[in-house]
Design a protein around this ligand. Structure first.
Ligand SMILES: [Zn+2]
Length: 171
C-alpha cells in the first residue's frame, strides 16, 4: 500500500529527528512555516491502534520539538493536532501528530465558535460516553497520578530555563 509517510521515512525527506520508533519531519505542504509531523516509524493507520509505548514516545518527541519551535522560530504558540480518520481530515493512512507553529495574526482558522446545541443531545452524548467508558478499558495509566518529584518541578534560574519562558508566554 502506498503511504506517503512510509515513503518519507525511506527518502529521509525533511526529516529533522529520527528515533528508533518515531520520526519527525517538516511538512512540505504546510499551513505555517515550520509545521512538523511526528509519527511512528511503523505503519499504524489511526490513533487507537498505536501501542501505548509508541504513543508515549510520539508525545515525548512532540513535546521536545514543541520547545524547539518556540525557541528557534519564536512562535507565539503551537497547535498540536491529530487528524484521526478520514472524517476528521486525515489524508495519509498513517497516524501522525502535527505541530503547527503559530504567530500572532497568522489568520489560521483554527478557532471555532461553540454551537448552540440542544441540552438533550448534550445529555445523551454524556450518558452514552460514560456508559461506554465505565465498561472499562485496559490502560497502563495509574488511577491516581503520582505527585511530581520536587526537583522536576523546581524552577531554576537561568536565561535558558524553558519553564520560565513558558510561564512568560502564558496568556
Ligand atoms: Zn505508512
Amino acid at each position: 500500500m502506498k503511504c506517503e509517510l512510509c515513503e518519507l521515512i525511506q527518502d529521509q525527506r525533511n526529516v529533522i529527528c529520527a528515533e528508533q520508533d518515531v520520526i519527525a519531519a517538516v511538512r512540505e505542504t504546510a499551513v505555517t512555516p515550520g509545521q512538523i509531523i511526528v509519527f511512528p516509524r511503523q505503519h499504524f493507520t489511526i490513533f487507537e491502534i498505536v501501542p501505548d509505548p509508541i504513543l508515549q514516545k510520539c508525545v515525548f518527541i512532540a513535546n521536545k520539538i514543541g520547545m524547539a519551535v518556540f525557541d528557534s522560530l519564536g512562535a507565539a504558540g503551537t497547535n498540536i493536532l491529530i487528524q484521526n480518520g478520514i472524517g476528521a481530515g486525515q489524508t495519509a493512512p498513517h497516524f501522525a501528530l502535527d505541530i503547527i507553529p503559530r504567530r500572532e495574526n497568522d489568520t489560521l482558522p483554527l478557532q471555532w465558535k461553540p454551537q448552540q446545541l440542544m441540552e438533550e443531545e448534550m445529555d445523551t452524548a454524556f450518558i452514552e460516553l460514560k456508559e461506554q467508558i465505565d465498561k472499562g478499558f485496559v490502560t497502563d495509566t495509574p488511577k491516581e497520578i503520582p505527585a511530581p518529584k520536587k526537583e522536576k518541578i523546581g524552577v531554576t534560574e537561568g536565561k535558558n530555563n524553558y519553564l520560565l519562558k513558558s510561564l512568560r508566554r502564558m496568556p
